[in-house]
Design a protein. Structure first.
Length: 201
């Protein structure tokens, strides 16, 4: 479908995902999701880049934190970097860049599945609550392909005006996928994510 414009390709890919997984249970789902992200990012990019930094939010996964991070988990704010933390990690680095660039807020999303004892919301519910509360116009989401396809890849979450429409406030998205799906430790293309944080505005 490369010859079709993104505004046609994106809804087709999203709509066909579940039927195709039933017809072809051995289909490479993560590869399919990466194609959806490529098309979706291209579709929303120009509008995203035109949004001022102060109207954007960044959501990072807690699996990018330092392995020995002295984690502080706030049920309402996600993972919080301890004051004066001496550790260098990707979360700290990316959060600093986004806030210095002028972003409205940066949240480090914690897995509710792994931290039930903390009373943490499911990551999807946490993200939706923050978007509905702060009402940004654009959002960068960093997550794994598995998380995206299980929680967000649905026609009801997609519209020309943005995503998460069925949950309330619509946002213009850009997605950066992690290299893997290890909830304990993962990696991301830092250079690409840094460029995306700073683009336009």
């Amino acid at each position: 479908m490369r010859f079709l414009p993104h505004w046609i390709t994106l809804p087709i890919l999203v709509f066909l995902y579940k039927p195709l997984t039933k017809l072809f249970p051995r289909m490479d789902k993560d590869r399919y999701v990466r194609q959806v992200v490529t098309v979706g990012n291209a579709f929303f990019f120009r509008k995203f880049a035109a949004v001022p930094f102060r109207e954007r939010m960044l959501f990072l996964p807690y699996c990018l934190r330092a392995r020995t991070c002295p984690t502080i988990i706030d049920p309402d704010k996600g993972l919080q970097c301890p004051p004066q933390c001496p550790l260098e990690c990707e979360v700290k680095h990316l959060k600093k860049i986004a806030l210095e660039t002028g972003y409205k807020e940066v949240f480090v999303v914690v897995s509710g599945r792994l931290h039930k004892r903390e009373g943490i919301l499911r990551s999807r519910d946490f993200l939706a609550r923050q978007i509905e509360s702060l009402k940004p116009k654009a959002v960068i989401g960093c997550l794994c392909a598995k998380d995206l396809r299980q929680k967000y890849l649905s026609p009801k979450n997609l519209s020309p005006a943005g995503t998460l429409g069925s949950m309330g406030h619509k946002v213009l998205p850009q997605i950066i996928l992690l290299d893997g799906a290890n909830c304990r430790k993962s990696s991301v293309d830092l250079h690409r994510l840094e460029e995306l944080i700073r683009v336009g505005g």
